[in-house]
Design a protein around this ligand. Structure first.
Ligand code: NAG
Length: 334
């Protein structure tokens, strides 16, 4: 699969919850994933693979096995599971849309391998973090208006506006309901990036406000073939790019207004260790060397408090405005 993003977790199983269950915003399918015995989650993020092993793709694949074996529980939990099972949750990228999308989404694939999960947009729930997978390709206008020589498979997506609006509404509802300590949004396209593709304007305009509104902690993406961490200056959101699954070394660097924490232009991947109130992030290169290690505590609470104040003052402003308007209308009517 070209250009997709995988979350590989080393914990035990994935239970399917039927779409008709639970809540009013159940438009997005929900899946449940247990945490490890110590209550944490381990996952690997690989983006933009799919070169038949070339461009260091095989090296990246080989190295992804390394941290996974490191996170294996030392005491064997049960006789039946000597090693933790790995599940791969995928989102489609622009290259996937240039092929037969319906074949890639086919439930037949899960029948062949139950560890595989690929849908357009869905939610993966765990006790400590909710992952919202968002289908970002349809947002990008140029794929619709100026596809050049490419053919994009918009079956079950077109018309664009309706698709995007429904998706944003569903996401908004699901984020509002989420009570997990961490909220992670996963999409193929960049929100913020200093590399070749740069920012995706359509996502900054349409998706980012929804993420900010609900105090999303991290946006994870691929698309730019490198590794990056950028911090938003006016919210708690951290933008993490893990797009180094194959072709890399683009040699482009264009800074933006947000704060660049880390940029590695070569191949590699990202590993995350998520705990209830903190997250460890490591970016690995093709040799399995850690290029960057971070320890982040939940920033959201600080920003949420700030946002709440901002929202309250905005509502008050509005109220004041409305009262003034009412008085005016009253005067005119009188
Ligand atoms: C593979 O990785 C090495 C080490 O980062 C790099 O020097 C080399 O250029 C890479 N090869 C390709 C084809 O990108």
């Amino acid at each position: 699969m070209a250009s997709a993003l995988a979350l590989v977790s080393s914990s035990l199983f994935l239970t399917f919850l039927s779409s008709s269950s639970s809540s009013s915003s159940a438009e997005l399918l929900r899946f449940e994933h247990p945490t490890k015995h110590d209550g944490s989650l381990s996952l690997i993020v690989v983006g933009d693979w799919g070169r038949k092993g070339e461009c260091n793709q095989s090296q990246v694949a080989k190295q992804t096995a390394w941290p996974e074996s490191k996170t294996r529980p030392s005491r064997s939990p049960s006789p039946t599971s000597t090693r933790p099972r790995v599940f791969r949750s995928n989102v489609l990228g622009n290259h996937d849309y240039r092929g037969d999308v319906l074949a890639q989404l086919s439930p037949v694939l899960r029948k062949i391998d139950s560890r595989w999960l690929c849908l357009r947009s869905f939610i993966l729930q765990t006790e400590i973090a909710d992952f919202f997978f968002v289908d970002t390709t349809p947002f990008v206008l140029k794929y619709w208006r100026r596809p050049k020589d490419h053919h994009y498979d918009w079956r079950e997506v077109s018309p664009r506006n309706q698709y995007i609006n429904t998706l944003l509404q569903d996401l908004d509802g699901a984020l509002k309901e989420s009570i997990a300590p961490w909220k992670f949004v996963v999409g193929h396209h960049t929100m913020r990036s200093v590399s070749k593709h740069g920012d995706t304007e359509e996502l900054l305009e349409k998706l980012l406000p929804v993420l900010k509104e609900h105090g999303v902690d991290i946006y994870i993406n691929g698309h730019d073939h490198c590794l990056e961490h950028i911090s938003s200056k006016d919210s708690s959101i951290q933008y993490l790019t893990s797009g180094g699954g194959s072709n890399a070394w683009r040699g482009t660097y264009t800074p933006n207004d947000d704060e660049l924490q880390f940029f590695y232009d070569g191949q590699g991947f990202m590993a995350m260790e998520v705990m209830a109130a903190s997250v460890k992030i490591k970016f690995y290169d093709v040799f399995g060397q850690v290029q960057r290690a971070e320890f982040n505590k939940a920033l959201r609470y600080v920003y949420q408090a700030k946002n709440r104040e901002m929202r309250i003052s905005r509502v008050e402003e509005k109220e004041k405005g409305r009262n003034a308007e009412d008085r005016q209308i009253g005067r005119v009517r009188r």
